[in-house]
Design a protein around this ligand. Sequence first.
Ligand SMILES: [Zn+2]
Length: 314
Amino acid sequence: MPLLKTAPEIFAQAHNLVQRGDFGGALARYGEAANKFSKLGDAQSAALANAYAATMAIHHGVNNPATYRAATQALQAVGDAPLKIGLREVDASHLASEATLLAEELEWLAFEPLGADQFRQKAQALQTLSMKFRTQIGDQVLILPELFRHGTVRGTQKALPLAAYAEQALGEALVGTDPKAAAEHYQSARLWWVQAGNQGLAEAAAARVRGYGRSARCWFCGREVTGEGVHFLSIPSNLTELLTRGTGDGVLASANASQNTVYACRGCHGAIHSLADQIAVQRMQELEARVGAQLQALRQELAAVRAALNSIRR
Ligand SMILES: [Zn+2]
């Protein structure tokens, strides 16, 4: 048995493991190869083995952008070297850009914006990313999802949900100041979801279109407001038939008779809420004071009883 296998032999072994779906085994083999090549002073083969190893390592963290970033770095180190990935042959540079796009997708989808500016920033990034999937990958199949048996995904398919999420982020950026414009962005998002074949998210977007586009008259102050769930909210009430008959002189409703709720603008809702909160705290403090006084009286009685008992014992 020869002590040292040649580079092509070691790579052939590891490639075989990949084809059998043993990505952990392949990762170990490529790692060993990288070590062996660096000890032999063959930096080029070592870099190639590292690029393969980093690609296999994605399998252990398919939802972790850091694994894709690490693979990008290792792949960039071998330039345009042709790689054998499962049954496909691909340039390292192409795989590096694919890994970068997948990392960016995970990073931006996980980003939870605080405030309108960050929602705008997220929308912008998702739009750019959607465009990159469309132009850089297009109708080609993405190598990594296919390799790890996550189905056949084309760049154009990736672009659709990203465009939908971008519209939704724009909607959230606008809802605080212009709920009707926000509803329009959710309407665009709904169309992207329909195109992407995601009926569930298309319906969720449609619900936002209805909610953000809906107007009501506040039951308490009479103000006309648009944007359900943001600028006005429902409060459970106890409406009589008479009350539901006259819910306003205009066309806007101030109550929902079938659900027995009234609409409150954000201002009235907040005021009612904080007042109720204050009263609850006050009642609690009164109760605590009363119970505290009773406890104190009981302690004194107990002390008196103890003192009496002690004097009898003596
Ligand atoms: Zn109000």
